[in-house]
Design a protein around this ligand. Structure first.
Ligand SMILES: [Fe+2]
Length: 173
């Protein structure tokens, strides 16, 4: 019997997830969460060369992409930080290694937002959100080591630059 290879396993998993985009939003998010949890529990399935980043900033390595979803390994060097942003599409992510600080915000206009919650995420953490719900946040690596997270977005990476809808300035709370 042919032995399946890790990359074939991942490819099959991603194809299943891409097909689930047509399901109702709750079912799709559950499938994305399950896929991320599986990848986080079996990181050997991922190509280690895709989990390496530059020594500064945020490196995005594409793992899989269709017209419906794109899956990325994000490598966060120490001090890497996103702008405060929301998303135009579904956004699911799981933390593979390192720690990341996720700060949530409440918009007070189209350009400014105030912080509402600040949490340090540990390996194994998975979050899923839709643009119809709260999805305004900033992610930062303020730890001493690089962090690696896996992201599943509901956009075509060939048609759009990123999942970001708008960026915001931080207003005093
Ligand atoms: Fe985000």
């Amino acid at each position: 019997m042919a032995q399946s290879t890790p990359s074939a396993d991942v490819a099959a998993m991603m194809a299943d997830l891409a097909a689930s985009v047509r399901r109702p939003p709750g079912a799709y998010l559950a499938a994305a969460r399950q896929t991320l949890q599986h990848l986080l529990s079996r990181p050997e399935l991922l190509d280690p060369s895709r989990l390496v980043g530059r020594s500064e900033g945020l490196t995005r390595n594409l793992l899989f992409g269709t017209e419906a979803i794109s899956v990325w390994a994000m490598v966060w060097a120490p001090s890497a930080v996103t702008p405060v942003h929301d998303h135009h599409c579904s956004c699911c992510f799981g933390l593979l290694r390192g720690t990341l600080r996720e700060t949530w915000y409440r918009p007070i206009s189209d350009t400014h937002a105030v912080a509402t919650q600040d949490v340090v995420r540990e390996p194994g953490f998975v979050a899923c959100m839709m643009p119809t719900g709260p999805n305004l946040h900033r992610i930062a690596n303020d730890g001493p080591e690089a962090a690696v997270s896996i992201h599943v977005y509901g956009y075509d990476h060939r048609a759009q630059e990123s999942s970001i809808h708008r960026t915001y300035e931080i207003a005093a709370g």
